[in-house]
Structures are given as structure tokens and as C-alpha cells.
Design a protein around this ligand. Structure first.
Ligand code: SAM
Length: 472
């Protein structure tokens, strides 16, 4: 039985409910009256549920889709302005005992180089990331209780936060590690992590079990219920995601929205972010072996519909996507992107030799962080290195209420400008710096609250004088 409030995976992600949702969506995909009413409902900016959003996903009428894209762009502007937050992944270890058939870290892969960073290597990687200008990381590791126990992850987090190289600092560490226990989530919380990210991969239980034939990740319920344990452990910013290409995208789309509804129903706060990765080529992985790949058009449609269905949830696009695809989906609702990513263990210090492949997947967007920052500004965005919210205790529902009260323009906007200013002073090329300085001048004027505007001006000057780390 479907029950959004249940704590059992198969009840809050209920297969029959998804099947019925897809049938309902198919039956109504040309129902103009219903589609118009759903678009009107989405305009209220309170979101859509999985059934409603699935009807819009099934709809193929060009004029309705144009309306949906336009609305997604508007909601993105209203809630996130023109800011795009930047981050980088940091791969700690690719030791893994799981058997995920789409991931080259799977335990049976004997020719991939297995690596685990020592604390000294973590330090070197972090310095390399700081020297690019990064302030926010997502740490990644395979699942291996012997090689990567929670103590190792905690030690790495401590090391990362402790490094202050020149003006650099990592101010927010998000964590993408395998599903774990409430006790371990509590330890991560105590270590000061930002978001706990765990991709569901697929919500389809039968496929999930086939795609994860061996190892602890095989357990669908344990994996699917992980966010509830994370929240029980005190982590209130969690990040959902599915790996598009594994199963039918319409199934995954309904599933991820049901997951968001479940978190809201049980914990009073929805997901902080949703990621939308697509399968990529990797060491012994051929993406064409998975027959559910989605086109760039469908990908854009999914992004737009996530935006209008969960307006308060951030959306993340990684460097799995090319510059061209990123450009297409940025206006539709993306709020965070990674830049200059390396998906190999130790890859920021030493580019890998051909035969020493520890990469998790091929990266499509290979530009430097400076190129990404420059590109974003030329497209009219403000690249933001802001990490203020969780450092100010604005997590979970407190972050959501900031969004809902529209105070973001007096808070996130100046924070974005101040962190961009730090980037320009410390790391930018002369051309990027010139574009950025003009952008900051122009954007400071748009801060609505006069008092905040005045303080922001002062801080921007202080940053030019060498001071760092201001925030609202
Ligand atoms: N091992 C952890 C787990 O099980 O959640 C950490 C996650 S892993 C380092 C990050 C994510 O990369 C996975 O959750 C998966 O969705 C994605 N991934 C794995 N193989 C991939 C591939 N070939 N192409 C694109 N993404 C992939």
C-alpha cells in the first residue's frame, strides 16, 4: 500500500502507485484542461506532486512545453536569482566491495588502480583545490568497511577543514558515501558536514537488485531508507539523485518526487538538493549497454519539471554533462554546478597515466574553474562560492523558510557577490577579474535592503584590502 508517511521503502516508494501514476499520466497527456490547470497550480510556486508532475512529463504538446520551460525559468529567477553555486568533488578512495554494474569501482574490476588517499595526500588535493578557488567540496568514496570505515571518512573531513593555504579554505564539505547507520550519520553531523548526498540510482526495486547484484548496496530497503536514518542522525540537508539511463526515466521521475514528498511528510523538510546524473563511459563500463538512456531534450524537460515541482530544492549538474548541455539546462532551474572536476583518486595533484585508471567516469566538461567562472558571467550568472547557510545554522526547514520568505535577495545575493569578489582577488585571470568586478558593481545595486546593501559595499572594499570570509 502506498503511504508517503511510512518508513518502509516499499510503501513510500510504492511500485503500484508509480505504475498507476504512469498510466494516469499516459491517459491524460493530451488532456488540455488538466494540463492547463496543473501549469496554473505550478505558478503558485508551491510545487506539484508526483502524479501531477508525471502528467506534464508525459505531455508532448509543444505550446504547453514552452509554457513549462518559461515557468521553470521564472521560478528559477524568483527563487535563486542568477546565482550559480560552484563546487568540486574530491575522491578519497575507490576501494569498493559492491557489484554495481554501471560503476567501474565494482569489486570484481581487477585492472582498475585501487587508491585511497593518505591524510598527507588529502592535504595536497585540498591545497590544489583551494588554489583553484574552491570553497565547497563533495567527498566521494566507494563502500568498503575495511578500507574506508567511517573513522577514515571523519579523519579526512577533519583534515579538509583544517587546511588554510594562503587565503584558501574549504568551508563546506558535502558527503557522498554509501548508505550507513544512524550512529554514523550522527558522527558525520558532528564532523560539520553540509549535505549528505546519496543517489538512489534507480527507484525500481527489481532493476535495483539486478544492477546491484552483490555487496551491501544490494539491499534496496536499506539504501532507500538511508535518508530517514540520516535525518534521524540529525542531518537535515539531504541530497537525492537517480542515475538516468538505468531505468525508464518516467518511473525514476515519479520515484524521486515520491521520495521528496516522503521526506516532507515525515520530517517536515524536503530534500536540499536533487542531482540528475546520466550514465557515462568509464573504465569497463559502456553506457550503450544500458538501454534507457535519455536524449538532451528529455533531460532538459526533466530539469524544468523538477524546478516547478519542488521549487525550494536546489538542483545539481555535474561535469558529466558537456558545456553545451549545461548551458541548455542552467536557465531551467539548476542552482549548483561542479567545475574543473577530477573523478580519479588523487587526480587534482597528479593527472593519471593511461594505464593507471582510477577514474569513476569520463568528464565531459573539462574546463578550468576560471574558464567556468568566466563563462557563467558572460551568460549573465553570478558564480557563487557561498557556504553561509549551514555555517549560520540555516539548514533544513530554516533554509526553506529563508527561501519562502524571499529573503534570499538580501542574503544569498550579497553572499554570492562577496565570495565572488574573494575569488576574483585571489584566483582569477585578469580577463575574468575585469568582467567580475563590473558584474559585482552592477549587482550590488540590486540588493533591496539599503542597510544590507551598505554593509555589502563595505565588505567588498574590505575584501580588496585583504580581509576574507564575510557573510550574511
Ligand atoms: N559509493 C557511494 C554510493 O554507493 O553511493 C558513493 C557514490 S559514487 C562515488 C557517486 C555516484 O556516481 C554514484 O552514486 C552513481 O550514481 C554515479 N556513477 C557511478 N558510475 C557512474 C557512471 N558510469 N557514469 C556516471 N555516474 C556514475
Amino acid at each position: 500500500m502506498y503511504d508517503a508517511k511510512s518508513l518502509k521503502a516499499e510503501e513510500f516508494i510504492n511500485h503500484e502507485e508509480i505504475e498507476e501514476t504512469l498510466a494516469y499520466a499516459d491517459a491524460n497527456k493530451n488532456n488540455v484542461e488538466l494540463i492547463d490547470s496543473l501549469i496554473e497550480k505550478a505558478k503558485l510556486r508551491k510545487g506539484l506532486n508526483h502524479r501531477e508532475a508525471s502528467v506534464l512529463l508525459a505531455c508532448e504538446m509543444p505550446d504547453k512545453l514552452a509554457e513549462i520551460y518559461e515557468l521553470a525559468e521564472q521560478i528559477k529567477k524568483d527563487f535563486y536569482g542568477n546565482r550559480i553555486v560552484l563546487f568540486a568533488p574530491l575522491y578519497l578512495s575507490n576501494y569498493c566491495i559492491n557489484g554495481c554494474v554501471y560503476c567501474p569501482y565494482h569489486g570484481k574490476n581487477k585492472h582498475i588502480a585501487r587508491k585511497k588517499l593518505t591524510q598527507d595526500e588529502v592535504r595536497k588535493e585540498v591545497i590544489a583545490l583551494q588554489d583553484m578557488g574552491h570553497k565547497r567540496l563533495a567527498i566521494e568514496a566507494g563502500e568498503d568497511p575495511q578500507n574506508n570505515p567511517i573513522e577514515y571518512i571523519l579523519e579526512c573531513i577533519k583534515t579538509i577543514y583544517s587546511i588554510k593555504h594562503k587565503n584558501g579554505a574549504i568551508r563546506r564539505v558535502n558527503v557522498n558515501i554509501a548508505a550507513t547507520t544512524v550512529e554514523n550519520y550522527r558522527k558525520l553531523k558532528e564532523a560539520g558536514i553540509g549535505t549528505y548526498i546519496l543517489f538512489q540510482e534507480t527507484y525500481h526495486k527489481e532493476s535495483y537488485e539486478k544492477l546491484h547484484p552483490t555487496g551491501p548496496k544490494h539491499d534496496y530497503a536499506y539504501h532507500t531508507e538511508a535518508m530517514d536514518r540520516a535525518m534521524e542522525g540529525g542531518i537535515d540537508d539531504v541530497g537525492l539523485g537517480v542515475l538516468f539511463g538505468l531505468e525508464l526515466y518516467r518511473y525514476e521521475f515519479a520515484g524521486i518526487l515520491m521520495h521528496a514528498e516522503h521526506l516532507e511528510a515525515v520530517h517536515g523538510v524536503g530534500p536540499h538538493t536533487i542531482s540528475v546524473p546520466r550514465i557515462k563511459h568509464a573504465d569497463d563500463i559502456d553506457p550503450s549497454a544500458f538501454d534507457n538512456s535519455i536524449s538532451d531534450e528529455i533531460f532538459a524537460k526533466i530539469c524544468a519539471l523538477i524546478r516547478i515541482s519542488v521549487p525550494y530544492t536546489g538542483m545539481i549538474i555535474s561535469t558529466r554533462e558537456s558545456q553545451q548541455v549545461r548551458e541548455k539546462v542552467l536557465p531551467l532551474g539548476v542552482s549548483q554546478i561542479s567545475g574543473a572536476s577530477r573523478t580519479s583518486v588523487g587526480g587534482y595533484c597528479e593527472p593519471e597515466a593511461e594505464d593507471d585508471n582510477s577514474e569513476q567516469f569520463d568528464v565531459s566538461d573539462k574546463r578550468t574553474l576560471d574558464e567556468v567562472v568566466n563563462w557563467l558571467m558572460k551568460l549573465g550568472y553570478i558564480p557563487s562560492f557561498c557556504t553561509a547557510c549551514y555555517r549560520e545554522g540555516r539548514t533544513g526547514d530554516r533554509f526553506m523558510s529563508l527561501c519562502k520568505s524571499r529573503q534570499i535577495l538580501n542574503c544569498c545575493h550579497p553572499n554570492a557577490l562577496m565570495t565572488l569578489k574573494e575569488y576574483l582577488e585571489d584566483y582569477a585571470s585578469p580577463e575574468t577579474k575585469e568582467i567580475g568586478m563590473k558584474l559585482i558593481e552592477k549587482e550590488l545595486e540590486t540588493i533591496p535592503n539599503e542597510k544590507v546593501k551598505k554593509i555589502a559595499y563595505e565588505h567588498i572594499h574590505d575584501i580588496a584590502d585583504g580581509k576574507r570570509d564575510f557573510r550574511f
